[in-house]
Design a protein around this ligand. Structure first.
Ligand SMILES: [Fe+2]
Length: 402
């Protein structure tokens, strides 16, 4: 299996991983044939890439830590909670919500939230995420592919699963991982009040947009705090996930810690450990996913940006652990060779290196002139002259092109 840009899909290839709509229902099953009609539908929904099983990627295994059932259930639980938050925003009225910095303490609002938030479904799906990530390989794979119309759910699930994987690496106990998973799943619930200001826009967000979106942290926290069964520590992930280690984040300018021990309590003015972990997962998935205002970044760029955020925005210790479990180029990712005897050949990561996850075995099947050839594999742990970069998309128009 490998990931292929939607314009480069060879029609007739089987889809590698199931895709879900915003209701958590299966949009396309794994194994279904990618014909012109399906490719066109996926493009309309805003998919820019898909996982495919094809000749070039035969035998390459991409392990999804989450089962399709858990993805479906978590999508539905997140969506149903977002719907309650949106209804709350409607009840409060547009005028109020447009400038509110906190939710009012009103019994009517509280009752509406308590009666409608699908508490059991949220706990069940976030617990499944924890259980399945604990059973998955320690090194992470590619981010899930998200359509624009279901970005919010895909992002929520990805942040929860990456955060739990990082929490496991750190040695957190299961109860703490559950707290982390639940909080990370609903970290952006406040966007139901402020809107994701990137919605429908193609340019970068304006300063006014940024001010507007900043309020989603407190509003999300206030919303979650009205649900008696929700642990306040988990709710603080919504409040704190945009704080920076150096105290220059928002909304309160809390500080994080660059040297982490897993049983340290947060003192006043400091970020919770589970919020610091969620911040890393949030940045990672945001950079590596398509957004309305920009395409997903090539992974070498995303990773170098994250390295620069280390100690400034994100905890240094957590980033060290993050790079231990997140390869620059995961299995199934399209790469091009730079340097060495096979300079400018293209292919896909076939298997991660056992000693160094960033010196993988790469399967090459496209020569520098674009000609496809019988695949050959090279082991970058031996070939030290070669480096990797993200292979640029070919952008071949397909019969189903829109
Ligand atoms: Fe956020």
């Amino acid at each position: 299996m490998r990931v292929v840009n939607i314009d480069d899909v060879a029609l007739g290839s089987p889809l590698g991983q199931a895709l879900f709509n915003e209701r958590g229902d299966i949009l396309a099953q794994a194994g279904v044939t990618l014909d012109a009609t399906l490719v066109r539908q996926l493009k309309i929904r805003g998919y820019t890439a898909v996982f495919v099983e094809d000749k070039q990627s035969e035998g390459i295994e991409i392990v999804d830590p989450l089962s399709p059932e858990t993805r479906g259930r978590a999508t539905k639980a997140t969506r149903d909670t977002i719907v309650v938050a949106e209804q709350t925003a409607q009840t409060l009225g547009r005028d109020f919500v447009q400038r509110a910095s906190a939710l009012p303490v009103s019994n009517d609002i509280k009752r509406q939230i308590i009666e409608s938030v699908p508490v059991d479904a949220v706990f069940a799906s976030s617990s499944s995420i924890v259980d399945e990530v604990l059973d998955a390989p320690t090194v992470l794979g590619l981010n899930s592919i998200k359509a624009q119309d279901s970005f919010a759910f895909g992002h929520a699930i990805e942040v929860a699963s990456v955060a739990v994987a990082l929490g496991r690496k750190l040695g957190l106990k299961k109860a703490e991982l559950r707290r982390l998973g639940r909080g990370a799943l609903l970290h952006d619930i406040g966007q139901s009040f402020t809107g994701d200001t990137a919605d429908g826009k193609t340019g970068p967000p304006s300063p006014a947009d940024i001010e507007q979106v900043k309020r989603h942290t407190r509003l999300g926290y206030d919303f979650l705090q009205k649900v008696p069964d929700f642990d306040p520590l988990s709710n603080h992930i919504a409040y704190q996930h945009h704080e920076w280690t150096n105290g220059k984040g928002y909304p309160r300018g809390l500080i994080g810690s660059n040297s982490i021990t897993h049983d340290q309590p947060a003192l006043p003015g400091q970020m919770l450990l589970i919020a610091q972990i969620s911040a890393v997962a949030d940045v990672y998935d945001a950079l590596c996913s398509d957004r309305p205002f920009r395409a997903r970044l090539p992974r070498e760029l995303a990773m170098s940006l994250m390295r620069r955020m280390s100690s400034v925005q994100l905890s240094n210790d957590l980033m060290t652990m993050f790079f231990d479990i997140v390869p620059i180029y995961p299995t199934g990712y399209p790469v091009r060779i730079v340097g060495g005897a096979l300079d400018k050949w293209q292919g896909v990561v076939a298997k991660l290196g056992t000693r160094d996850i960033n010196r993988p075995i790469v399967r090459l099947f496209e020569k520098p002139d674009g000609l496809e050839v019988e695949p050959i594999e090279i082991d970058l742990s031996r070939d030290t002259a070669a480096r990797l970069m993200t292979a640029p998309p070919k952008r071949r128009p397909t019969a189903g092109g829109s």
